[in-house]
Design a protein around this ligand. Structure first.
Ligand code: RB5
Length: 147
């Protein structure tokens, strides 16, 4: 799978670990930065970079990491067609795929160890969207208004 990754300084270490794992598994990773955990940067920049690639169809999925996963997820969700979910457990990642067809996974670099983060990514990659009754709901995310 072709996957874009991005993080701010608070998510840098976990992003690096996730990128390593993804590449080891044969995924093509487009790393959109940041490239250091030392320099303080703005999380929306990286959220937007990755979300733009997902929205354009240049990549199938995106993984974003900031300190909590919250801010970078908010940035990503500004983009039409992007369904970004901040997941702190494998169960949330499973549900984000099954019911919400989440195409961007957000992680909290200050909340998760590298191993915990990878366990969440693995579930998110392996779980299909259920479709069915969830399909229309997911469509409504971009359409807005009442059903
Ligand atoms: C940066 O200190 C921190 O605010 C950021 O990584 C993230 O947690 C924002 O939601």
């Amino acid at each position: 799978m072709r996957i874009a990754a991005g993080a701010d300084h608070g998510g840098f270490a976990v992003k690096q670990a996730v990128v390593r794992h993804l590449r080891a598994q044969g995924h093509e990773v487009v790393d959109m930065g940041t490239d250091s955990g030392e320099l303080s940067v703005d999380y929306p920049v990286y959220g937007h970079r990755v979300a733009e690639l997902v929205a354009a169809g240049d990549v199938e999925r995106g993984v974003l990491v900031c300190g909590t996963g919250l801010g970078i997820c908010m940035a990503a969700n500004r983009h039409k067609g992007v369904r970004a979910a901040d997941c702190t457990t494998p169960y949330l990642a499973e549900m984000a795929r099954r019911h919400n067809d989440a195409n961007v996974l957000c992680l909290g670099g200050r909340l998760l160890s590298d191993d915990e983060a990878w366990a969440i990514v693995e579930v998110w990659l392996a779980t299909p969207f259920e479709g069915g009754r969830h399909q229309q709901r997911v469509q409504l995310l971009d359409e807005g208004g009442a059903a």
